[in-house]
Write a protein that binds this ligand. Sequence first.
Ligand code: NDP
Ligand code: MG
Length: 386
Amino acid sequence: MSKTMKKLAILGSTGSIGRQTLEVISEHPAELEVVALSAGSNIDLLEKQIRAYRPAVAVVMEPGLAEELRRRLHGWPVEVWFGMEGLKKIASLPEVDTVVSALSGVIGLEPTWAAVRAGKVVALANKETLVAAGELVMREASNRGTKILPVDSEHSAIFQCLRNETAFLRKILLTASGGPFRTWPAEQLSSVTPAMALRHPNWVMGKKITIDSATLMNKGLEVIEARWLFGVDFDQIEVVIHPQSIIHSMVELADGAILAHLGIPDMRIPIQYALSYPERWPNSLPRLELAALRQLTFHHPDYARFPCLALAYSAGRIGGTLPAVMNAANEVAVELFLSQKIGFLDIPRLVEEVMQKHTVHNSPDLEDILAADRWARFWTYKLASK
Ligand code: NDP
Ligand code: MG
């Protein structure tokens, strides 16, 4: 066994990040071992993953699914648990040292919190955790002396640029592709359908984050994520549209030097870095060929066409329970948009209405945040059905 062998629990192993995490593990079997996996409802894929990666425990969302999976895996050495309790348990198993947090949405908050409380290193893809409860989670991680290592490509880039420069940081330049509607005129955005919004130009991802990328809410969530991961003010975070997604983000330092992190747009690179940290491991991924890039371009975001970005800055600046409320309203609005109950421009409209209705609680604990999340979900459904 290599001295760097890490024992992992993957929350959301059947998702886009979860599947790519398993690919990284397949390439580094001497360094990484799977102790626990979890799915929501895709038990066909989870069963295959269990047979291939041999975790000691697997978790699914519902007891009925757990029953079915146990029946299929009769005689196989795996325990099958279910629900939020199951997720929290695998996030804090004594034999796990690193938890890959890759659920989609604020459903990831409680298991990630459990991982931090148990002193696990967290490889964090689930940005909604830091949006809803960044202050609490970062404080707890610091109290427990554990690390939160970013998986989100921009934050991984910033984290790498800052390895020796934190003291000199002036500004974070958070890059954004601009999404599929970057060049669309405002009046056409009302006709955007789920199928159109699900075609992202540079990345293949889960549905929720793909819609967030089309509204630019994803970048808004990432601004708040960056504020907590790197301990900067919102004034120090600037979003730069960079359609090619080759520069994954940049930092500007005290002397005006800008450090950038470049690479092909492939999530296996930041996933691997979060797992290899503080080392770097070789891999078989394609390399960036600079001469093949015709150009790299940059421009300012258009806050008028993409109001979600401004809503996120505003929620982040006000703080307290407001970012959790914004996030919950957005999750519900995205779900309603995907099921064609509301239009594309109703997403920012509903998020803004729910934010305006909310009385902010200024120093919330986890319970207050979860209550604000439930409150916002209730009101988003209600306002959408008017
Ligand atoms: P996916 O939708 O592809 O995967 C989500 C995972 O969570 C699946 O395993 C799903 O299970 C599981 N899940 C969903 N709901 C529940 C639930 N109620 N209970 C238990 N499990 C549940 O999402 P992504 O992988 O795209 O994204 C994951 C996180 O990573 C998000 O926070 C996203 O913002 C972030 N991220 C993703 C990137 C990407 O390239 N995909 C890039 C950067 C960040 P099942 O499918 O079995 O139901
Ligand atoms: Mg990102």
